[in-house]
Design a protein around this ligand. Structure first.
Ligand code: DC
Length: 221
């Protein structure tokens, strides 16, 4: 791996990594990749093809055969799976509910990690996910791990969902779902959510988005 400029940002659900990563990428003139969207795309396509989310072998074979392209658009990049724009489906509640199962499958991870590394070989990226600093880009120029209390993250997620869906889910349900996903992501055998030993931890409870962005840009310099 020759890439040395890309930046890895990892953290749990609703730690702010996507919002922050996108802004940091823009300021640095780097491309941005939210790797969670790739796991979501595999989940969406599997649901479309009636593949059971417990069927690891079939999921891995499907991921292997799936072509994924990130296409810059006027707003956020679009994600194409086998040429079809699946961007709008990636936050579907069915995908939310199933993606932790898909991202546990080692065969799926191997395929997606390979694609992510190839992208970082070609361009400078701010890449966000769970295993970027530990597995995908262990030689990233900078590794950041964003932390935030579970209560703050659940409140953020609750707010996001209410805005997206236009209706409020009970806070307790959002908290329970987030805690469940944290547990699956942290306890899985392959590439569990962890801060890399050389990652710089930023606790975001007392910082706004701009504050976190400024900290990361200062580290880059
Ligand atoms: O960040 P997110 O909520 O969109 O991620 C969706 C799922 O994918 C979540 O269960 C964690 C998993 N994921 C992963 O295992 N590795 C990554 N690099 C990114 C996401």
């Amino acid at each position: 791996m020759t890439n040395i400029k890309s930046i890895a940002i990892d953290g749990p659900v609703a730690s702010g990594k996507t919002t922050v990563g996108r802004i940091v990428a823009r300021r640095l003139g780097f491309r941005f990749l939210d790797t969670g969207l790739m796991y979501r795309a595999v989940t969406w396509v599997a649901l479309q093809r009636d593949i059971g989310l417990e069927d690891g072998d079939t999921l891995a074979a499907m991921a292997e055969g799936l072509t994924m392209d990130l296409v810059p658009g006027s707003g956020d990049d679009r994600l194409l799976a086998d040429g079809e724009d699946v961007t709008e489906h990636l936050r579907d509640p069915k995908v939310d509910a199933g993606v932790s199962f898909v991202s546990r499958v080692s065969g799926v991870r191997t395929v997606l990690v390979k694609g992510q590394r190839e992208m970082a070989e070609r361009d400078d990226f701010v890449m966000v996910g769970r295993d970027i600093g530990t597995v995908v880009l262990p030689n990233a120029r900078l590794k950041v791990y964003l932390g935030a209390s579970v209560d703050l993250r659940a409140r953020r997620r609750h707010h996001e969902i209410s805005k997206e869906a236009g209706e409020a889910l009970p806070y307790e349900q959002v908290l329970a779902d987030l805690t469940r996903r944290d547990r699956i992501d942290s306890e899985r055998a392959d590439s569990p959510l962890r801060a890399a030993p050389d990652a710089i931890r930023v606790e975001t409870d007392d910082l706004d988005i701009e504050g976190v962005v400024e900290r990361i840009l200062a580290m880059v310099e």
